[in-house]
Design a protein around this ligand. Structure first.
Ligand code: SF4
Ligand code: SF4
Length: 118
């Protein structure tokens, strides 16, 4: 499967929620729910661990990603991810990078590759 990069630079195809959904893997759902509950200090249940990936219009998205302001912003601008935005890197995405530095690298690499093409 091709790599799916979320609006924010997370890699959906490497995300446990995506993999558990693709493989209908209840064990991975349980493990992921435990890990994410600790990580996000929230009560996340195995039945919450469903996601078809950020770029899919239809199907179930993990709760946070379905409400994600960055995803909404990219949808409004009709762009695949923030690297394609003239306002990159705005305050919203920069704050997100504070939590997920690897997403910054993913989007910067895309941005740089666009500059080379141009
Ligand atoms: S959109 Fe879904 S698959 Fe992508 S990072 Fe968020 S939870 Fe994971
Ligand atoms: S304004 Fe910010 S959050 Fe919105 S698409 Fe552009 S870089 Fe992403």
């Amino acid at each position: 499967m091709n790599k799916i990069i979320a609006s924010c630079g997370l890699i959906c195809t490497e995300c446990s929620a995506f993999i558990a959904t693709q493989n209908n893997d209840d064990e991975l759902r349980k493990k992921t729910a435990e890990e994410w509950s600790k990580m996000f200090n929230a009560d996340i249940k195995p039945e919450d661990i469903y996601c078809v990936g950020c770029l899919a219009d239809e199907g179930t998205h993990f709760s946070h990603c379905s409400e994600c302001e960055i995803r909404k912003c990219c949808l409004e601008k009709e762009i695949t991810n923030c690297a394609f935005c003239d306002e990159f890197a705005c305050k919203k995405i920069t704050e997100f990078f504070g939590f997920v530095p690897e997403a910054k690298k993913v989007l910067e690499d895309i941005k740089n590759s666009l500059n080379i093409i141009i």
